[in-house]
Design a binder for this molecule. Structure first.
Ligand SMILES: O=C(O)COP(=O)(O)O
Ligand SMILES: [Mg+2]
Length: 223
């Protein structure tokens, strides 16, 4: 029997990173005297990596920004975010127990995030999560990223898994749309940073807590 690969999104799914993202983003846009954004705003800004998050924050404030101004702001964000890591970011309740349970059951575990690889890797490392995952792919690891299903499938392949037996778990439209576009079963979590109600994402299943992520559920969804 082929081993199932369970692919997790990072921000808002594995780890509650919002407080640090908001802080580093506000540090970044303060360089241009933009008013700070709130946690509520973040759900509309996050999802496509730091570069897009900065661009969206400028758009939110109605402030113009040209492409050649972005690298310096991105560097400012990265430096601040990296220096503070892991900051206030913590795994969601029940995550470690769920990862232990799924690993013990023999599943391959992987991370597919639109966060830059150079930020995703040390964050997982500093929270002692790296060892659970056979592959960790960022938004800049391949030439494509979520909602392109190729991002999920290439991550599963890199983990040694079979593209035909994958389960995606995420918090936002990028994750669930990527799964749907690739005919991949998915689980949505409501505790992350979706700008629409989690019921509207069209996931195969919704869990409210990682305690619900059981071997039985995985088998039921992937078969
Ligand atoms: O950092 C982002 O913009 C998105 O990250 P995620 O794909 O792990 O949710
Ligand atoms: Mg997410």
């Amino acid at each position: 029997m082929t081993t199932t690969t369970i692919v997790f999104d990072l921000d808002g799914t594995l780890i509650d990173t919002a407080p640090d993202l908001v802080e580093s983003l506000n540090h970044t846009i303060a360089a241009r005297d933009l008013a700070p954004v709130s946690y509520e705003d973040l759900t509309h800004l996050v999802g496509q990596g730091a570069r897009v998050m900065i661009q969206r924050a400028f758009a939110l404030r109605g402030a113009p920004i040209t492409d050649d101004e972005i690298p310096a702001l991105l560097d400012r964000f990265i430096a601040h975010y990296e220096a503070g890591m892991p900051g206030k970011s913590r795994p969601y309740p029940g995550l470690i127990e769920a990862l232990e349970r799924l690993k013990a059951a023999g599943y391959i575990l992987a991370v597919c995030t639109n966060k830059m690889e150079r930020l995703a890797l040390p964050l997982l490392e500093r929270l002692h999560l790296t060892g659970y995952f056979t592959a960790i792919a960022g938004g800049d690891t391949f030439a494509f990223r979520k909602p392109d299903p190729a991002h999920i499938l290439a991550t599963a392949e890199r983990a040694g898994g079979n593209a035909g037996k994958v389960l995606m778990i995420g918090d936002s439209i990028n994750d669930i749309l990527a799964a749907r576009n690739g005919n991949i079963p998915s689980i949505a979590v409501p505790f992350g940073y979706s700008d629409v109600a989690v019921e509207e994402l069209g996931a195969s299943h919704i869990i409210g807590h990682f305690d619900e992520l059981t071997v039985e559920l995985v088998e039921h969804l992937v078969g």
